[in-house]
Design a protein around this ligand. Structure first.
Ligand code: NAP
Length: 643
């Protein structure tokens, strides 16, 4: 498998190959691709129109005979394209793109969506997340400006790629021995991306994903390949941990204290620091009485100890979040027994293609049919993220909020409940245990194809909902007094996500520390900048997470474009520092909090890592992805104090 760019290959296939490939087509995406291919928009203006929404099948409810008509039309168009020099007609203009977006979503969307998606999908093959004006600044000024990027995961690599392309000096420090961040660190069995892969990838680096939701190893290789392809490796210091960063107000620079693996320390100096440390990498250990008394093998899912053979072992799993959901079924295949402790049941979205390989025909279409991959990316984006968001929003007229928060949310509840019930078959006890008692999207919705429920129904698997009272030398005792013995205890208890940038000690202007200023309640402007910490930029910072299954890569690309805009102001201007205005930051956060209060995760009382110890939703972005894209297009200098 070639994980480098695989799309936009010329068409040299014979008719039969094309005909067969079209059998695997996503019809609404194919119809929009036909507009590009033929220049004729009538195909999306006729009687074949996809419906919108999560209740509709992935083909948008388009009837079989209509699908056949479209495939035939596409075959003819592709033959003509192949045989006549493979030249495309003029690209669709803004109005037509808006029409195509409406068509693909099955909804009448605002014109801003046309502009947004024209850019996000790079429909004119432009790079919509770069800042071309940077190139107009003197090369020497750009090269002499030093940016230190902390972390070589998805966001840190993206920052490096962008800074390199802009000719800005940079260095990346990474505590691990290789790139990939979460995809390098998490190696637990069954680990795979749970957002559709065709959206979980850099917009500028599409690839030929082997599966719709590829495995950890494939994701790790994608980022590994990107690091090599974009020539970043020589700019990365591996096995280097940032311990502290202190802003020097006199010189307007950051002094960054790092420690190398051999124990030696060093202080690096940078004009700006980009924190790309992620939110989900420091294990969160629970605080269960007796935890330290356990004498068997115990480890956390994110620090999987592969040296232990779990075959024939009695295993206890604590937690039923996204991690446990993936590894517990794998462990159950070989362990003598698996006892899973569930505190809060997750909502489950049935995605039959979750473990499926992308069929050959679809690979061919994605790689060869002009613009098909872009519209397929849009369909994933719409179906799994933006389009589902409305169902997570509270209807002010909806009174009872324990079960659902709007008619649409209730409808989604029904749909997911039906899916869970069907998989439980006659096992009513199990069904009653795993149907959540809070609104859908109160916590992250987990993607599955029945794998989880099938695992729970195995003879060697027991799902315990009785709360844990203590852990002792040999296992777990619940509040009812039952004792569950085990050889191995796996903590699938999540991450210290609310402690942003922790444990780095960051000191800004006037000795302010980030930890002290935040006091357990991290906030930032746009999720990126923090008052009193000039030239410090966060990626995947506070309130930039998404609950429905959209892509964090999208957020990082928006954030990096905004950061490039800030660097343009610094390199091209007279000031060497920009500090976010407190009033601007505060007003922004009032809006964010208000937004989150109206979303399922803000209304629901279910425990979630989205809420910090102060009770505030510090993780999530409450509005549409389009709005995040718009607000991060470029910084407004009026939002900052320059010095
Ligand atoms: P998580 O969602 O925070 O889940 C932690 C689990 O441990 C929850 O079930 C929690 O119960 C339980 N738990 C915590 N403390 C406990 C205690 N003292 N007693 C009993 N149970 C306890 O963590 P995660 O599963 O690692 O996932 C975190 C996030 O990482 C996900 O939401 C997702 O964004 C990301 N992730 C993504 C993927 C992917 O893309 N493939 C895979 C894994 C993770 P409660 O629910 O009651 O709190």
């Amino acid at each position: 498998m070639d994980l480098l760019k695989a799309v936009n290959k010329p068409i040299d296939a014979d008719d039969e190959t094309i005909r067969q490939a079209l059998e695997d087509a996503h019809i609404p995406s194919l119809m929009n691709a036909l507009v590009h291919l033929t220049g004729d928009a009538d195909i999306i203006r006729g009687d074949i129109q996809p419906e919108s929404g999560f209740l509709v099948d992935p083909q948008g409810g388009i009837a079989e005979e209509d699908q056949t008509r479209i495939r035939q039309r596409a075959l003819e168009a592709l033959q003509a394209f192949r045989d006549n020099g493979q030249r495309l007609p003029p690209a669709p203009g803004a109005d037509l793109v808006h029409e195509m977006v409406n068509f693909a979503s099955g909804q009448e969307l605002s014109p801003e969506y046309g502009t947004f998606l024209e850019a996000e999908l790079a429909l004119h093959d432009e790079d919509s997340y770069g800042v071309p004006e940077l190139a107009e600044l003197p090369a020497e000024a750009r090269a002499n400006f030093k940016v230190l990027i902390v972390g070589a995961g998805m966001s840190g690599l993206l920052a490096g790629i962008r800074l390199k392309a802009a000719g800005i000096g940079f260095e990346i420090v990474e505590r691990h021995g290789n790139v990939g961040g979460t995809w390098y660190q998490n190696t637990y069995p069954g680990c795979r991306v749970d957002s559709p892969n065709h959206t979980y990838s850099y917009s500028f680096h599409p690839t030929d994903w082997p599966q719709f939701y590829s495995s950890q190893e494939v994701l790790r290789r994608y980022f590994d390949d990107c690091a090599t392809h974009y020539g970043l490796r020589e700019s990365i210091r591996f096995h280097t941990d940032v311990e502290a960063a202190t802003y020097d107000e006199g010189d307007g620079v950051w002094h960054v204290d790092v420690r190398h693996r051999d124990g030696t320390a060093e202080t690096l100096v940078a004009n700006a620091v980009i924190s790309a440390v992620g939110q989900l990498n420091r294990p969160k250990w629970p605080d269960i009485p007796g935890q330290d008394r356990f004498r068997g093998i115990a480890f956390h899912s994110t620090e999987w100890e592969h040296e232990h053979d779990l075959a024939g072992k009695k295993v206890i799993v604590i937690g039923t979040g996204a991690s446990a959901f993936q590894f517990a079924p794998e462990v159950a295949r070989e362990a003598a027994s698996v006892t899973i402790f569930q505190r809060t049941a997750p909502w489950i979205f049935n995605a039959p293609e979750y473990h499926e390989y992308v069929p050959d025909g679809k690979h061919w279409l994605l790689n060869h049919v002009p613009y098909y991959a872009k519209w397929f990316r849009f369909s994933m984006f719409w179906r799994m993220a933006e389009g589902i968001l409305a169902a997570a929003k509270k209807d002010p007229a909806w009174n009872e909020t324990d079960r659902a928060i709007s008619a649409e949310n209730d409808q989604l509840r029904e749909l997911l409940t039906e899916g869970i019930t069907a998989l439980c078959e006659e096992d009513e006890d199990l069904r009653d245990k795993i149907i959540p008692d809070y609104p859908v999207a109160g916590k992250r919705i987990l993607i599955d194809n029945g794998n989880w429920i099938r695992a729970l129904r195995r003879d060697n698997v027991d799902l315990v909902t009785d709360p844990i009272a203590e852990i002792d030398e040999t296992g777990v005792r619940t509040e009812s007094g039952a004792h569950h013995e085990c050889d191995v205890l796996v903590y699938g208890t999540g991450f210290t996500a609310s402690r942003f940038l922790w444990p780095m000690k960051i000191t800004g202007r006037n000795g302010a520390t980030l930890e002290g200023q935040w006091d357990g309640d991290a906030r930032a402007y746009m999720g990126i900048t923090v008052p009193n910490f000039p030239n410090l930029f966060c990626m995947y910072g506070p309130n930039t997470n998404i609950v429905v299954n959209g892509s964090i890569v999208f957020f990082s690309e928006c954030e990096m474009r905004y950061i490039l805009g800030c660097l343009k102001l610094l390199i091209g201007g007279d000031s060497n520092a920009m500090d976010c205005r407190q009033d601007v930051h505060d007003a922004y956060n009032v809006r964010i909090d208000e937004g989150n209060r109206n979303m399922a995760w803000g209304v629901s009382k279910a425990p979630t890592w989205y809420r910090n110890d102060k009770g505030r939703i510090a993780q999530n972005w409450p509005f549409t992805l389009r709005e995040f894209w718009s607000q991060t297009r470029e910084p407004d200098p009026a939002d900052y104090v320059f010095s």
